[in-house]
Design a protein around this ligand. Structure first.
Ligand code: GLN
Length: 543
């Protein structure tokens, strides 16, 4: 019978509940338990696919094509597991299903209510995942903050689950914040006390409190929190700021989180197999050298908008003993001030990420072309692939008005065009080409050298693709398409062999990168940036 750990949030959002949940799960996994994570998002969207990454953070894509909350990406990276769309439960899915059932007549004669119909549906979804495969512990993170109106049915369902599953099979973890008020520098516990009171008001008594703070909690703060919240002293755990989120499992373990959880849930473990996890964390922390990467994008004002890309870069860099110093460059600013383009020369690599819509497109095309002309390592992802095609068409093939029909439906040279099956798509939700698809790499290409095999599987999220009517023109001029999917229908990788490193992928390699298994194209990109750094240093010495 699986056990459940429910993670709720207090005080405010953005405390890193996702990382805390993933870290607890990692600890249990390293101690030998089979674990998985579920994220509840109390918003009414059916999935995260239609949400703006600037407001909500990145839309993470699962192998089965789910467009999910970015926490699913955090869980996948920590656990090294592929999760599915069902691991992200939203209020939209729950209400949609309950209303559909009502229309079918499932509840005939009854008044359909939050309790029990909505709460039953929430519990059904959680248990369905717990029963899918043999699992010891399921961690369920409830998004939002206690007290949010839309979160109430979910917290109520979790409260009921404790009653139904029993106290040795369920554990409530509450994540809060202890601010430090300057200039006195005192750790304040009052917000934690208040948010626990709020939780208790709805019938949930937390078993463990994980407190985010700039620093470790003092013994006095822990005692105070324990006393006012009626949580054991050992159950009050510090979660201080760290350099990199992958340090958190070790911190929580040192704070006693694992033994406390195991005591409460009556679980036994012998040892924690830290080796490969610590190896990665240390390779990151001990990296001395660094490479500078310019990321030219649209959603640059929120780091979470491209969180998987940041992590994929970190994984690849740590594997080679370097740190990443990335600078986010607003593509629109490049467009308005083309003189800024030359500052890209100071970077060791340029990355153009995925995106939608016209804003900032010209700036990104300029960057893609600049990387080609100046022989700066370039990695384009999804939209970054499409814009590399457009840049090449305009500046090398001299098709000055080349464009994607996404940005100019009447372009005389639609080098990027809508996928044929997208022509009749009207609805926006979950209608793109999504998820993992097999890709066949041509032998003898540089892409084949990078991956070292013919067939790979990568995740997708797009509506547009290379218009293969132009393929021969590109290849004759030096841009090669080295991988395809769907029996040759979709171009997936482009490369310019006559360039130190110019690659772009129609897929999103960032979604499958893991701390101990960096995605190969990121690894080669970092290698190329290190090469560039070296050759710049050497040319300085020569001068
Ligand atoms: N807007 C482009 C498309 O729909 C690229 C999408 C992306 O970068 N994820 O094909």
């Amino acid at each position: 019978m699986p056990k459940y750990i429910f993670v709720t949030g207090g005080v405010m959002s953005g405390l890193g509940k996702g990382v805390t949940t993933a870290s607890l799960a990692k600890l249990l996994q390293l101690a030998g338990f089979k674990v998985t994570c579920i994220k509840i998002d109390p918003y009414l969207n059916v999935d995260a696919g239609t949400m703006n990454p600037l407001i909500h953070g990145e839309v993470f894509v699962t192998d089965d094509g789910g467009e999910t909350d970015m926490d699913i990406g955090t869980y996948e990276r920590f656990l090294g597991q592929n999760l599915t769309a069902e691991h992200n439960i939203t209020a939209g899915q729950v209400y949609k299903r309950v209303i559909e059932e009502e229309r079918k007549g499932t509840y005939l004669g009854r008044c359909v209510q939050i309790i029990p119909h909505v709460t039953d549906e929430i519990k059904r979804r959680i248990r369905a995942i717990a029963q899918k495969s043999p699992i010891d512990v399921v961690l369920v993170e409830c998004g939002g903050t206690v007290g949010d109106i839309e979160g109430l049915p979910f917290l109520e369902a979790l409260r009921q689950m404790r009653l139904e599953e029993g106290i040795f099979n369920t554990l409530f973890v509450h994540v809060t914040l202890a601010p430090i008020v300057e200039p006195v520098g005192e750790q304040k516990t009052k917000p934690t006390q208040h948010s626990v009171q709020e939780l208790r008001r709805i019938g949930i008594h937390p078993d463990m409190i994980i407190v985010r703070c700039k620093e470790y909690l003092s013994e006095e703060s822990k005692r105070k929190i324990s006393l006012f919240t009626s949580v054991d002293y050992d159950g009050v755990i510090s979660n201080p700021d760290v350099q990199i989120v992958y340090e958190v499992p070790q911190i929580l373990e040192k704070e006693g989180a694992l033994s406390y959880i195991c005591k409460k849930l009556q679980l036994n473990f012998k040892e924690i197999k830290w080796d490969s996890w610590i190896k990665f964390v240390n390779s990151f922390l001990n990296a001395k050298d660094e490479v500078r990467i310019a990321i030219v994008g649209k959603y640059v004002s929120l780091v979470d908008s491209y969180v998987s890309i940041n992590h994929a870069l970190i994984h690849a860099a740590a594997a080679q003993g370097v740190k990443i110093r990335s600078k986010w460059i607003d593509a629109e600013e490049l467009e308005q001030k083309p003189e800024l383009l030359s500052m890209l020369k100071d970077f060791h690599g340029i990355l153009v990420p995925g995106g939608f819509g016209k804003r900032g497109i010209e700036g990104k095309i300029m960057a893609a072309n600049y990387a080609n002309m100046q022989k700066i390592p370039y990695l384009g992802l999804c939209l970054g692939f499409q814009l590399a095609v457009i840049a090449f068409a305009r500046h090398v093939l001299n098709l000055r008005e080349a464009n994607s029909t996404e940005f100019d439906p009447f372009t005389p040279h639609p080098v990027i065009d809508l996928l044929p099956e997208q022509r009749y798509v009207k609805e926006m939700g979950a209608t793109m080409r999504l998820g993992g698809h097999e890709i066949v790499i041509k032998e003898g290409t540089n892409a084949f050298k990078i991956y070292g095999k013919k067939i790979i599987k990568e995740r997708h999220r797009h509506r547009y693709e290379l218009n293969q009517a132009y393929l021969k023109d590109f290849e004759n001029a030096g841009m090669i398409f080295s991988a395809f999917s769907d029996e040759g229908k979709r171009a997936e990788i482009l490369e310019i062999p006559n360039h130190p490193f110019y690659f772009a992928t129609q897929y999103h390699p960032e979604f499958i990168s893991r701390p101990d298994a960096p995605e190969p194209i990121f690894v080669k990109f970092i290698e190329a940036t290190m090469q560039r750094k070296l050759s710049i240093q050497q040319s300085v010495v020569l001068i």
